[in-house]
Design a protein around this ligand. Structure first.
Ligand code: F6P
Length: 547
């Protein structure tokens, strides 16, 4: 056990509590007193312009938050991560997703071994394979060209590539059909394959452990579908199945030749694995060059996080702002609202990244935490959300800090008429953060001639904090930059909260119990030790199944 005081006993924590107790700063007043904050509270990294001026902070708040970061040695842990130390102590592993995007000549050692050559060897094999599929050189068992790619994986082996495929659709080979199957609900695989020709379909089985029940079950069903469609010749599997995994033994056991396996390593966490071999489906879709551009984008932000001063360090600032709201304003959630249809799955991806990493309630040494940790992350693309749940953000009772992500240009392939819609999209983007920050006072409402009894209803209190992230356009590099920005923000928060952001024991219990309950559903077996509620539910399910 460490001798340092727990987080909430630190003088820096108390200073922030005192600062908060001095009252809530009003954004209207903060901007009136200091219009320069609009330019000063901006940090640039790569192609991202990150404006944090609409936050409930002043220079003192920022200084106090920085002192907390220093006291909790966020940069010390960062350096240990980049050095390849086993900072994931509960699994005794290094945390080195940053090595996945390291330059070819970089040296990053894990337990004395430089891992960069192995990273690039896999990237090279992936590139060669992706090119063969894209060019038609890699054919299916009957000699037909591959036209469909189906990624089977779940969690970190699905959300990243599925999100990025949507994000970079404009860069994809449009003649390829790329789909993602994750749910063990048979409907998922059914819908993904029902209109496909097995002779033209490649399955990518993505699973770090290759033991995840959903993925192995779906992959087994996919194999049956394929063999049924191709006359039952087992040899077909070699041309239609590849595996992405760290577990060569299990891949072989499943029946996939390790020649058709693309590996990665235990120092890559599942939710941090998208830029490893797990990204193969995306690489096939966009081509190796675009994939490598995306990795360059990740690296820009890695280098920034590693080297930028505390005051201009974007992931540090975003992480600390989250601490400010979660721990000193009792904010329970954090909205991520991209104003890009192509980022429709971005927030879902961040949910795993953030909530699986920082949904923890014990400290690194096992003591319980006495402070709030990771927020509920949620959100969907604008403008759709504006017509659904923004009402609650504007006029509800909860404080919901939000990130707005937008682009100056739409993707190139839109028609002139559709491109022209982009300004309307972005007008909404700017209007929302303005309305959230500055609201509308009762006097302003009255000045519009609104009857007195409606004034309270039409008043917007404002003072809702937002971050605005703006880039020129959504390119592969910008996508990489955005993902790395959030990866490191999550890291910063885990470091401050003194939790291990890199294990995920909390998902284990449900998995174990599902295995225990399953025989009761499939075979009607009696399952000893089931609680009364679950026993009754299982009985009701069995009854409904029979009628
Ligand atoms: O159940 C959680 C989890 O372990 C995630 O962390 C992971 O991304 C997902 O399952 C899938 O795991 P795998 O890639 O080993 O199939």
């Amino acid at each position: 056990m460490s001798d340092s005081p727990t987080l909430d006993r630190r003088p820096e924590w108390a200073a922030l509590e005192d600062h908060r107790a001095q009252g809530q700063p009003q954004l209207r007043e903060l901007f009136a007193a200091d219009p320069g904050r609009a330019e000063r509270y901006v940090v640039r990294v790569g192609d991202l312009r990150i404006d944090y001026s609409k936050h409930l902070i002043n220079d003192e708040t920022l200084a106090l938050l920085q002192e907390l970061a220093t006291a909790t040695d966020v940069f010390g842990l960062r350096d240990a991560m980049f050095r390849g130390e086993h900072i994931n102590a509960t699994e005794d592993r290094a945390v080195l997703h940053t090595a996945l995007r390291a330059a070819r000549d970089a040296v990053i050692e894990v337990d004395g071994e430089n891992v960069v050559p192995a990273v690039h060897a896999v990237l090279d094999r992936m590139s060669a394979f992706a090119n063969r599929v894209r060019s038609g050189e890699w054919t299916g068992h009957t000699g037909r060209r591959i036209k469909n790619v189906v990624n089977i994986g779940i969690g970190g082996s699905d959300l990243g590539p599925a999100m990025a495929y949507e994000a970079l659709r404009a860069f994809t080979a449009r003649e390829l059909t790329v789909r993602f199957v994750s749910n063990v609900d048979g409907a998922d695989l059914h819908e993904a394959t029902r209109d496909l020709d097995p002779a033209e379909t490649l399955f990518i089985v993505a699973s770090k452990t290759f033991t995840t029940i959903e993925t192995i079950t779906n992959a087994t069903s996919a194999r049956s579908w394929l063999l049924e469609g191709l006359g039952g010749d087992d040899k077909a599997v070699a041309k239609h199945f590849v595996a992405l995994s760290t577990n060569a033994g299990k891949v072989t056991e499943f029946g996939i030749d390790t020649d058709n396996m693309f590996g990665f390593w235990d120092w890559v966490g599942g939710r941090y694995s998208f830029d490893s071999a797990i990204g193969l489906s995306l690489m096939i879709a966009v081509g190796p060059d675009r994939f490598l551009e995306m990795l360059d984008g990740f690296r820009i932000v890695d280098d920034h996080f590693r080297t930028a001063s505390a005051e201009s360090n974007a992931p540090l600032l975003l992480g600390l702002l989250g601490v400010w709201y979660g721990n000193f304003h009792d904010a329970q959630s954090h909205a991520v609202l991209p104003y890009s249809h192509y980022l429709s799955k971005f927030t879902a991806y961040l949910q795993q990244l953030d909530m699986e990493s920082n949904g923890k309630s014990v400290q690194r040494d096992g003591r319980p935490v006495e402070w709030q940790t990771g927020p509920v992350v949620w959100g969907t693309p604008g403008t759709n959300g504006q017509h659904a749940y923004y009402q609650l953000i504007h006029q509800g009772t909860k404080l919901i800090p939000a990130d707005f992500i937008g682009f100056a240009r739409p993707v190139a392939e839109l028609s002139d008429e559709l491109r022209a819609q982009h300004d309307l999209l972005m007008a909404n983007f700017f209007a929302q953060t303005q309305a959230l920050a500055f609201g509308k006072t009762p006097d302003e409402v009255r000045a519009e001639g609104v009857p007195e009894e409606l004034v309270p209803h039409k008043t917007f209190k404002g003072n809702h904090p937002t971050t605005t992230i703006l880039a020129r356009e959504l390119t592969p590099s910008v996508l990489g930059q955005l993902i790395a920005l959030y990866e490191h923000k999550v890291f910063v928060q885990g470091a401050v909260w003194n939790i291990n952001s890199f294990d995920q024991w909390g998902v284990e219990l449900g998995k174990v119990l599902a295995k225990r309950v399953e025989p009761a559903l499939t075979e009607g077996a009696d399952v000893p030790g089931l609680d009364p509620s679950t026993t009754a539910l299982v009985a009701a399910y069995r009854e409904l199944k029979e009628v």
